[in-house]
Ligand binder design. Structure first.
Ligand code: ADP
Ligand code: MG
Length: 456
């Protein structure tokens, strides 16, 4: 089987399990570029896609590859540059980039505990606490000392790459030090997949009993159960079961419970019934501390000025911060030298010069609709339902902010609405986002989708 055939077969399988839009978003412009003993290298268009494939789809992809080519046990993802850019670069730069990319590759974690799903890599010791995550960190620590008794459930929320999974797993690792305790960490998407499979195999009662026996159930990225009724059903009954026995539940999400669309009221109120802690992007001091901590674990030396440079320029999230650091460390290892700020600036070019931000009204409408779990057509229709009106206002606001459309043009795009309606919506969302943290985060998340989507 050639690489191309292999990947085609994998894509065919993935397509069956995903919505069309999702499939295109994550798998467009991917290909297998290399294959060696036990692993393949998949080229992806950008870091965002890479992250998602690694974190959300790796297992599924691996499974489907395994069926076709059992010797492959690992997938490495590599960011392939769009062809256009090659012309502008000289060959040595391309080679360096390749080399850097390879060295920057974070090894696939093989030491995930089969029983708990926990990865030992995540601990409280390796988690840097700053003002933006101290509440979440404290709440998690407190839970490890009072399982099921203090904050139940504990609900963490915050943007991508801010350390939610890290904290959740740190709690799991800590709690499972006591071997008598049954702990399970599960991403919501896998939770859903397990349920679907159990229903198909008529083992749903077994699965429910399994959950009911836990001392600690951790569900990561719970926003993914939006609109999934059966999953919500099972979560609800599991929740009641565990809660009734003082067993601990911890959840994470990219947004607060109230902002998860198509979430049953009874679940929402359960999620809000314990402790809610948010994680905000780290400030400069925390970013610097994180860099120092991550550097300490590596065999490399970097000047403080270089760390300050990275911490100043990479602000969005910790994962990116780590990626940038890895890249600089890789450079210093390849060239066997301590890079200065000027060199670091060059090395980080791809991080700092994000591609020109360009979007279309369609991609904004689609991103908003996807985010709120409605269809883009709903945004345009005349419906006055609350679940539609709000996303529509947000779409208007984003269209105004992110494109050059005039108010009347925006009204046109949204089913011929009057420009005064658009102005009102834009002002409302703008004013609200200044004081309403969850809304601000929602806008960030939607924009993230707009600019990282290739489904245009
Ligand atoms: P999320 O689940 O919120 O998307 P992750 O927990 O996956 O984010 O974090 C992304 C990466 O950044 C992980 O490698 C994690 O270990 C690291 N990380 C995030 N926050 C911190 C922190 N405060 N201290 C140390 N490492 C962190
Ligand atoms: Mg996570």
């Amino acid at each position: 089987m050639t690489n191309e055939e292999l990947w085609k077969a994998v894509l065919g399988e993935m397509e069956l399990t995903l919505s069309r839009a999702n499939f295109i978003t994550w798998f467009k412009n991917t290909s297998v570029v290399a294959r060696d003993k036990g692993y393949i290298v998949v080229s992806v268009p950008n870091g965002f896609i890479k992250e998602w494939l690694e974190n959300k789809f790796n297992k599924k992809i691996l499974q489907s590859i395994h069926n076709l080519s059992p010797e492959i046990r690992e997938i490495k993802y590599s960011i392939g540059r769009p062809k256009l850019e090659f012309a502008k670069q000289d060959l040595s730069k391309i080679i360096l980039d390749r080399e850097l990319e390879e060295k920057t590759e974070i090894p696939v974690d093989l030491d995930i505990d089969k029983l708990t799903n926990l990865n030992k890599r995540y601990s409280f010791d390796s988690y840097v606490v700053g003002s933006d995550n101290e509440l979440a960190n404290a709440a998690c620590l407190a839970v490890t000392k009072n399982i099921g008794k203090l904050y139940n459930p504990l609900f963490l929320f915050g943007g991508v790459g801010l350390g939610k999974t890290h904290l959740l797993q740190a709690v799991g690792n800590k709690v499972s030090e006591n071997k008598e305790r049954k702990v399970l960490y599960v991403p919501a998407e896998r939770f859903t997949a397990n349920i679907v499979e159990a229903i198909r195999n008529r083992t749903i009662e077994d699965l429910k009993n399994q959950y009911a026996r836990l001392d600690l159930l951790i569900i990561d990225d719970i926003q993914f159960i939006a609109g999934k009724e059966k999953t919500q059903d099972i979560i609800f009954s599991t929740f009641n079961e565990l809660y009734g026995k003082n067993k601990q539940i911890i959840l994470s999400s990219d947004r607060p419970p109230g902002a998860i669309p198509a979430l049953e009221e009874r679940l929402r109120s359960r999620f809000e019934g314990g402790m809610i802690a948010d994680i905000k992007p780290p400030d400069f001091e925390t970013r610097l501390a994180i860099l120092k901590q991550k550097l300490a674990g590596k065999n490399a030396e970097l000047g403080d000025d270089v760390l300050v440079y990275i911490a100043t320029h990479i602000q969005k999230n910790v994962r990116e911060l780590e990626g940038a650091l890895n890249r600089v460390v890789a450079f210093s290892q390849i060239y066997n030298k301590v890079p200065d700020v000027k060199e670091v600036k060059n090395i980080l070019n791809t991080y700092l010069n994000a591609p020109y931000r360009k979007t279309s009204p369609q991609s904004i409408l689609k991103a908003v609709a996807d985010f709120y779990n409605i269809s883009a057509a709903d945004l345009i229709k005349r419906s006055r339902k609350k679940e539609i009106v709000r996303p529509r206002q947000i779409a208007m606001f984003l269209l105004r902010d992110e494109t050059k459309l005039s108010f009347p043009e925006i009204g046109q795009k949204l089913g011929g609405r009057d420009h005064s309606t658009v102005i009102h919506a834009c002002e409302k969302i703008k004013a609200e986002s200044a004081v309403n943290e969850p809304l601000k985060q929602e806008l960030v998340l939607i924009k993230e989708r707009v600019y990282n989507s290739f489904d245009k």
